[in-house]
Write a protein that binds this ligand. Structure first.
Ligand code: NDP
Length: 455
């Protein structure tokens, strides 16, 4: 009987399974990255000599804190707050804050790990971090959200700063929350510093940050399709989610001549054959902050599928036929069964706006089918890229035009695609952007870590 020697990546994955039990999302993210970079690890044994994988899967620092706040009736609530400072090899820790009841330490670790490679891929001087809370802003008044944000920042301010750690928004954290967090930071420190990105354009924010992740996702997809002699012009598209990323993906899809026919939220999925009504979607989600049920009430020709009517093994949004699919809601929202359904219906492109929205099995199916598949850490990097442009504007006391920001965003997304595709081709797998993106991101971080010595 022969025993294969475990590879370096496999050894670290096995060890992590033992040392971080129960952290399923973090483990899934690590397993995907490490197994895809094995060809590089085989070619460059010095990464093992420097114990790079062992260092990379361990966050530099994790802060867990209590957040105590009072609701409008005077009742006291306690939530958990997190900030994980994952890797600073390339620059200050950078990554969003997520406020959602599903947030656990595991969630924040997986997001911070993903962020390390995403930020490296942008080519910008950005380290990686992530944070958040299990607080649910849904149904809370503005005053309650303000009091929660103030309580959250009352601890977070000790750990962040414009040259050490610069958080931004993510699920449940938009312009309103960033405003309250920033106000409290200023009150506590007396400093008007660029310590958060996603600020309002009138008080230190960058034009184009709100749109950046969605627009960037479409720019990335255009580059990916161009390389295959295809385009989004006239393409029927499925989009999931109806938050920041989904809304501006839909907006840009219309700009480039595509037809987005779905969106979704935690209450269900909307299918609108003649195209999603974007002004209505913005009104419902950005102004009224209400459920998508209201969409179908105002458009009798649209279909609304409530969550309890979803297929057992997946999400209703992926069961319509389309050329391209853009998962923009949350992690693991696209199952193995959904991937089979999409491929059977002839999908030619899947580009991820959310972080790790496809299960590991779904990712394998897309790569094996050789469709144009853009993994989240490459395809959704537009948000963090424009956050870095906001940091640059803050540091130089400048305010750039929308055209300047958008032009830079287009270039950055085209570069991310090129870097990922060239790396994939160099390893003999030109269709595999998972390998390309992970390998290119890993190499940049690992080389910087080696240059910094054993720290
Ligand atoms: P938002 O909070 O603006 O929107 C999230 C959307 O997803 C909402 O429609 C929400 O529904 C839905 N959703 C969230 N969690 C769940 C869940 N567990 N089940 C079902 N639906 C859910 O977040 P963003 O648009 O900012 O973020 C979406 C994704 O994109 C996340 O994975 C995030 O990490 C990623 N991302 C975001 C970036 C950004 O710049 N904002 C940058 C890069 C990645 P409902 O309205 O009912 O809550």
């Amino acid at each position: 009987m022969t025993h294969e020697t475990p590879t370096y990546a496999h050894e670290i994955i096995t060890r992590l399974g033992r040392s971080s039990p129960g952290q399923h999302e973090f483990f899934q993210a690590v397993e995907e990255v490490l197994s895809s970079i094995q060809p590089l690890l085989d070619a460059e044994p010095h990464y093992r000599e420097h114990a790079i994988l062992e260092r990379m899967v361990e966050p530099e620092r994790q802060v867990l804190f209590r957040v105590v706040w009072e609701d409008d009736t005077g009742r006291v609530h306690v939530n958990k707050g997190y900030r994980v400072q994952f890797n600073s090899a390339l620059g200050p820790y950078k990554g969003g804050l997520r406020f959602h009841p599903s947030v656990r330490a595991d969630t924040i670790k997986f997001l911070g790990f993903e962020q390390t490679f995403k930020n490296a891929l942008t080519g910008l001087p950005l380290g990686a971090g992530k944070g958040g809370s299990d607080f649910d802003p849904k149904g809370r008044s503005d005053r309650e959200v303000m009091r929660f944000c103030q309580a959250f920042m009352s601890e977070l301010y000790r750990h962040v700063g414009p040259t050490c750690d610069v958080p931004a928004g993510d699920t449940g954290v938009g312009a309103r929350e960033i405003g309250y967090l920033y106000g409290q930071y200023k009150r506590l420190t007396g400093r008007n510093a660029g310590v958060l990105t996603g600020k309002g354009p009138g008080w230190g924010g960058s034009l184009g940050r709100t749109e950046a992740t969605g627009y960037g996702l479409v720019y990335f997809t255009q580059s990916m399709l161009e390389d295959r002699g295809e385009s989004l012009d006239g393409a029927r598209c499925l989009v999931s989610g109806s938050g920041n990323v989904a809304i501006y993906t839909i907006e840009k899809l219309y700009d480039v001549g595509a037809l987005p026919v779905t969106c979704s939220d935690s209450s269900g999925t909307v299918y609108h054959e003649r195209g999603i009504d974007l002004p209505l979607l913005k009104q419902l989600k950005e102004v009224e902050r209400t459920s998508l049920r209201a969409y179908a009430e105002r458009h009798p020709d649209a279909e609304f599928v409530p969550v309890d009517a979803y297929p057992r093994d997946g999400h209703a949004v992926w069961r319509y036929a389309a050329t391209a699919a853009f998962p923009c809601a949350t992690q693991n929202e696209l199952s193995d069964g959904d991937a089979d359904a999409l491929l059977a219906a002839g999908v030619r492109c899947v580009a991820e706006g959310a972080n790790m929205p496809s299960t590991a099995g779904a990712v394998h199916r897309f790569v094996d089918a050789r469709i144009a598949y853009g993994p989240g850490k490459a395809a959704n990097a537009g948000g963090v890229a424009v956050s870095q442009l906001e940091m640059a504007q803050n540091a130089s006391m400048q305010h750039w035009s929308m055209t300047k920001v958008d032009t830079r965003l287009r270039t950055i997304m085209a570069d991310i695609y090129r870097r990922s595709a060239d790396t994939a081709a160099a390893f003999g797998a030109p269709h595999d952007l998972v390998l390309g993106a992970n390998t290119a991101g890993f190499r940049r971080v690992a080389d910087a870590m080696i240059a910094h010595g054993i720290v």
